[in-house]
Design a protein around this ligand. Sequence first.
Ligand code: F6P
Length: 238
Amino acid sequence: MPPCSSELLDNPINRDKVRTIYLSRHGESENNLFGRIGGDADLSSRGEQYARALGYYINTLPQPCHKVITSRLHRTQQTAQYVQAQKEIRHEIDEINSGEHDNMTYEDIAANFPVEFALRDRDKLNYRYPKGESYMDVVKRLKPMMAELELEDNILIISHQATLRCMLTCLLEGNLAELPYLKIPLHTIIKLTISDAGVSMEYHRIPVECVDTFRPKPENCEISRNLAAACQTVPFHL
Ligand code: F6P
Protein backbone atom coordinates (compact mmCIF):
# COMPACT_ATOMS: atom_id res chain seq x y z
CA MET A 1 0.00 0.00 0.00
CA PRO A 2 1.56 3.36 -0.99
CA PRO A 3 2.03 5.92 1.79
CA CYS A 4 -0.44 8.68 2.52
CA SER A 5 0.47 11.86 0.63
CA SER A 6 1.18 13.82 3.83
CA GLU A 7 4.33 11.72 4.17
CA LEU A 8 5.47 13.14 0.84
CA LEU A 9 5.26 16.78 1.88
CA ASP A 10 8.27 18.09 3.80
CA ASN A 11 6.09 20.19 6.13
CA PRO A 12 2.49 19.87 7.22
CA ILE A 13 0.05 22.26 5.49
CA ASN A 14 0.00 25.72 7.05
CA ARG A 15 -3.41 26.17 8.69
CA ASP A 16 -2.53 29.13 10.91
CA LYS A 17 -4.88 31.49 9.16
CA VAL A 18 -7.94 30.88 7.03
CA ARG A 19 -6.89 30.81 3.37
CA THR A 20 -8.72 30.27 0.10
CA ILE A 21 -7.30 28.68 -3.03
CA TYR A 22 -9.36 28.26 -6.18
CA LEU A 23 -8.45 25.47 -8.61
CA SER A 24 -9.70 24.80 -12.11
CA ARG A 25 -8.79 22.77 -15.16
CA HIS A 26 -8.47 24.69 -18.41
CA GLY A 27 -11.62 24.99 -20.50
CA GLU A 28 -12.46 22.14 -22.88
CA SER A 29 -9.71 21.91 -25.52
CA GLU A 30 -9.82 20.69 -29.12
CA ASN A 31 -7.83 17.64 -27.96
CA ASN A 32 -10.41 16.89 -25.24
CA LEU A 33 -13.15 16.96 -27.89
CA PHE A 34 -11.35 14.33 -29.97
CA GLY A 35 -10.24 12.23 -26.98
CA ARG A 36 -6.53 12.97 -27.43
CA ILE A 37 -4.29 13.11 -24.37
CA GLY A 38 -1.56 15.69 -23.76
CA GLY A 39 -0.56 18.02 -26.59
CA ASP A 40 -0.86 21.80 -26.64
CA ALA A 41 -4.21 22.36 -28.35
CA ASP A 42 -6.31 25.53 -28.20
CA LEU A 43 -9.63 25.77 -26.39
CA SER A 44 -12.76 24.58 -28.20
CA SER A 45 -15.54 27.17 -28.57
CA ARG A 46 -17.14 25.73 -25.40
CA GLY A 47 -13.78 26.01 -23.64
CA GLU A 48 -13.65 29.67 -24.67
CA GLN A 49 -17.15 30.16 -23.18
CA TYR A 50 -15.91 28.61 -19.93
CA ALA A 51 -12.95 31.02 -19.90
CA ARG A 52 -15.36 33.97 -20.09
CA ALA A 53 -17.60 32.51 -17.36
CA LEU A 54 -14.61 31.77 -15.12
CA GLY A 55 -13.33 35.34 -15.58
CA TYR A 56 -16.74 36.73 -14.61
CA TYR A 57 -17.00 34.40 -11.58
CA ILE A 58 -13.55 35.27 -10.22
CA ASN A 59 -13.70 39.01 -11.01
CA THR A 60 -17.03 39.41 -9.21
CA LEU A 61 -16.12 37.53 -6.02
CA PRO A 62 -16.46 39.66 -2.86
CA GLN A 63 -12.67 39.33 -2.67
CA PRO A 64 -11.41 38.70 -6.23
CA CYS A 65 -8.23 36.63 -6.60
CA HIS A 66 -5.10 38.76 -6.76
CA LYS A 67 -3.10 36.20 -8.76
CA VAL A 68 -3.76 33.49 -11.35
CA ILE A 69 -1.17 30.80 -11.94
CA THR A 70 -1.24 28.82 -15.18
CA SER A 71 0.92 26.12 -16.76
CA ARG A 72 3.03 26.69 -19.88
CA LEU A 73 0.33 25.17 -22.07
CA HIS A 74 -1.81 27.45 -24.23
CA ARG A 75 -5.11 26.05 -23.02
CA THR A 76 -4.52 27.20 -19.43
CA GLN A 77 -3.35 30.65 -20.48
CA GLN A 78 -6.37 31.02 -22.78
CA THR A 79 -8.59 30.01 -19.85
CA ALA A 80 -7.03 32.75 -17.66
CA GLN A 81 -7.40 35.51 -20.25
CA TYR A 82 -10.51 37.15 -18.74
CA VAL A 83 -9.35 36.99 -15.12
CA GLN A 84 -8.28 40.43 -13.93
CA ALA A 85 -5.30 39.50 -11.79
CA GLN A 86 -1.53 39.22 -11.93
CA LYS A 87 -0.60 36.28 -14.18
CA GLU A 88 2.17 33.79 -13.45
CA ILE A 89 3.24 30.84 -15.63
CA ARG A 90 4.77 27.80 -13.87
CA HIS A 91 6.16 24.69 -15.54
CA GLU A 92 5.51 22.68 -12.36
CA ILE A 93 1.78 22.64 -13.09
CA ASP A 94 2.08 21.40 -16.69
CA GLU A 95 0.00 18.28 -17.47
CA ILE A 96 1.57 14.85 -16.93
CA ASN A 97 4.05 14.29 -19.78
CA SER A 98 2.67 11.42 -21.83
CA GLY A 99 5.96 11.08 -23.74
CA GLU A 100 5.74 8.90 -26.84
CA HIS A 101 1.95 8.64 -26.39
CA ASP A 102 1.37 12.40 -26.49
CA ASN A 103 -1.54 13.52 -28.69
CA MET A 104 -2.86 9.95 -29.03
CA THR A 105 -6.33 8.73 -28.04
CA TYR A 106 -6.69 5.98 -25.43
CA GLU A 107 -7.96 3.75 -28.25
CA ASP A 108 -4.79 4.46 -30.31
CA ILE A 109 -2.60 3.51 -27.36
CA ALA A 110 -4.66 0.38 -26.63
CA ALA A 111 -4.40 -0.72 -30.28
CA ASN A 112 -0.72 0.12 -30.87
CA PHE A 113 0.82 -0.35 -27.42
CA PRO A 114 -1.47 -2.92 -25.70
CA VAL A 115 1.16 -4.02 -23.17
CA GLU A 116 1.99 -0.44 -22.13
CA PHE A 117 -1.73 0.38 -21.87
CA ALA A 118 -2.38 -2.63 -19.62
CA LEU A 119 0.68 -1.87 -17.48
CA ARG A 120 -0.69 1.63 -16.86
CA ASP A 121 -4.10 0.22 -15.88
CA ARG A 122 -2.43 -2.21 -13.48
CA ASP A 123 -0.46 0.49 -11.63
CA LYS A 124 -1.48 3.95 -12.82
CA LEU A 125 0.27 5.71 -9.93
CA ASN A 126 3.74 4.39 -10.73
CA TYR A 127 3.48 3.72 -14.46
CA ARG A 128 5.81 6.04 -16.41
CA TYR A 129 4.96 6.84 -20.04
CA PRO A 130 7.84 5.96 -22.42
CA LYS A 131 10.03 9.11 -22.39
CA GLY A 132 7.39 10.74 -20.17
CA GLU A 133 6.24 10.85 -16.56
CA SER A 134 4.35 8.86 -13.94
CA TYR A 135 1.91 10.32 -11.41
CA MET A 136 4.65 9.93 -8.79
CA ASP A 137 6.98 12.00 -11.01
CA VAL A 138 4.33 14.74 -11.11
CA VAL A 139 3.97 14.67 -7.30
CA LYS A 140 7.76 15.06 -7.06
CA ARG A 141 7.94 18.04 -9.42
CA LEU A 142 5.05 19.73 -7.59
CA LYS A 143 6.55 19.41 -4.12
CA PRO A 144 8.61 22.64 -4.05
CA MET A 145 5.67 24.62 -5.40
CA MET A 146 3.33 23.10 -2.79
CA ALA A 147 5.63 24.53 -0.14
CA GLU A 148 5.32 28.00 -1.74
CA LEU A 149 1.53 27.72 -1.64
CA GLU A 150 1.81 27.79 2.17
CA LEU A 151 2.06 31.57 1.91
CA GLU A 152 -0.71 32.07 -0.62
CA ASP A 153 -4.27 33.25 -0.07
CA ASN A 154 -6.99 34.11 -2.56
CA ILE A 155 -5.31 32.84 -5.70
CA LEU A 156 -6.56 30.85 -8.69
CA ILE A 157 -4.58 27.96 -10.17
CA ILE A 158 -5.53 26.83 -13.69
CA SER A 159 -3.97 23.49 -14.46
CA HIS A 160 -4.76 20.00 -15.76
CA GLN A 161 -6.53 16.75 -14.81
CA ALA A 162 -3.51 14.72 -13.64
CA THR A 163 -1.68 17.65 -12.05
CA LEU A 164 -4.73 18.77 -10.08
CA ARG A 165 -5.23 15.20 -8.84
CA CYS A 166 -1.73 15.37 -7.39
CA MET A 167 -2.16 18.86 -5.92
CA LEU A 168 -5.50 18.01 -4.30
CA THR A 169 -4.17 14.79 -2.81
CA CYS A 170 -1.25 16.68 -1.25
CA LEU A 171 -3.45 19.50 0.07
CA LEU A 172 -6.13 17.17 1.42
CA GLU A 173 -3.56 14.65 2.65
CA GLY A 174 -5.44 12.04 0.66
CA ASN A 175 -4.56 8.48 -0.13
CA LEU A 176 -2.04 7.97 -2.93
CA ALA A 177 -3.78 4.78 -4.06
CA GLU A 178 -6.88 6.82 -4.97
CA LEU A 179 -4.97 9.73 -6.53
CA PRO A 180 -4.96 8.59 -10.21
CA TYR A 181 -8.75 8.17 -10.23
CA LEU A 182 -9.84 11.39 -8.47
CA LYS A 183 -12.64 13.10 -10.36
CA ILE A 184 -11.62 16.56 -11.57
CA PRO A 185 -14.28 17.43 -14.16
CA LEU A 186 -13.86 20.14 -16.79
CA HIS A 187 -15.76 23.43 -16.36
CA THR A 188 -15.77 23.15 -12.58
CA ILE A 189 -14.23 25.54 -10.05
CA ILE A 190 -12.92 23.93 -6.88
CA LYS A 191 -12.76 26.21 -3.84
CA LEU A 192 -10.45 25.06 -1.07
CA THR A 193 -10.76 26.69 2.34
CA ILE A 194 -7.79 25.92 4.55
CA SER A 195 -8.13 26.57 8.29
CA ASP A 196 -7.20 25.03 11.64
CA ALA A 197 -10.37 22.95 11.29
CA GLY A 198 -8.92 21.26 8.17
CA VAL A 199 -9.33 21.73 4.42
CA SER A 200 -12.84 21.99 3.03
CA MET A 201 -13.63 21.63 -0.65
CA GLU A 202 -16.57 22.98 -2.67
CA TYR A 203 -17.23 22.17 -6.34
CA HIS A 204 -18.93 24.85 -8.44
CA ARG A 205 -20.00 23.56 -11.88
CA ILE A 206 -20.22 26.30 -14.52
CA PRO A 207 -23.14 25.50 -16.89
CA VAL A 208 -21.16 25.26 -20.14
CA GLU A 209 -21.32 21.80 -21.75
CA CYS A 210 -18.13 19.80 -22.18
CA VAL A 211 -16.88 16.27 -22.69
CA ASP A 212 -16.10 13.98 -19.76
CA THR A 213 -12.42 12.96 -19.83
CA PHE A 214 -12.61 10.53 -16.89
CA ARG A 215 -11.65 6.96 -17.77
CA PRO A 216 -12.42 4.63 -14.83
CA LYS A 217 -10.17 1.65 -14.15
CA PRO A 218 -11.41 -1.21 -16.36
CA GLU A 219 -12.37 -4.56 -14.84
CA ASN A 220 -9.81 -6.40 -16.94
CA CYS A 221 -6.23 -5.15 -16.59
CA GLU A 222 -4.60 -8.33 -17.93
CA ILE A 223 -1.90 -7.90 -20.58
CA SER A 224 -3.64 -10.62 -22.63
CA ARG A 225 -7.02 -8.79 -22.78
CA ASN A 226 -8.52 -7.88 -26.15
CA LEU A 227 -9.00 -4.37 -27.56
CA ALA A 228 -12.68 -4.17 -26.55
CA ALA A 229 -11.86 -4.99 -22.91
CA ALA A 230 -9.02 -2.47 -22.91
CA CYS A 231 -11.33 0.27 -24.26
CA GLN A 232 -14.32 -0.71 -22.09
CA THR A 233 -14.26 2.51 -20.01
CA VAL A 234 -12.99 5.05 -22.57
CA PRO A 235 -15.29 8.11 -22.31
CA PHE A 236 -17.26 9.38 -25.32
CA HIS A 237 -15.49 11.76 -27.71
CA LEU A 238 -15.83 12.91 -31.33
O1 F6P B 1 -7.55 13.75 -21.20
C1 F6P B 1 -7.16 14.96 -20.64
C2 F6P B 1 -5.89 14.81 -19.85
O2 F6P B 1 -5.61 16.02 -19.20
C3 F6P B 1 -4.68 14.35 -20.69
O3 F6P B 1 -3.96 15.41 -21.27
C4 F6P B 1 -3.88 13.58 -19.69
O4 F6P B 1 -2.93 12.72 -20.24
C5 F6P B 1 -4.98 12.88 -18.96
O5 F6P B 1 -6.05 13.78 -18.87
C6 F6P B 1 -4.60 12.42 -17.58
O6 F6P B 1 -5.63 11.58 -17.11
P1 F6P B 1 -5.37 10.02 -16.96
O7 F6P B 1 -4.14 9.93 -16.11
O8 F6P B 1 -6.62 9.55 -16.27
O9 F6P B 1 -5.17 9.43 -18.32
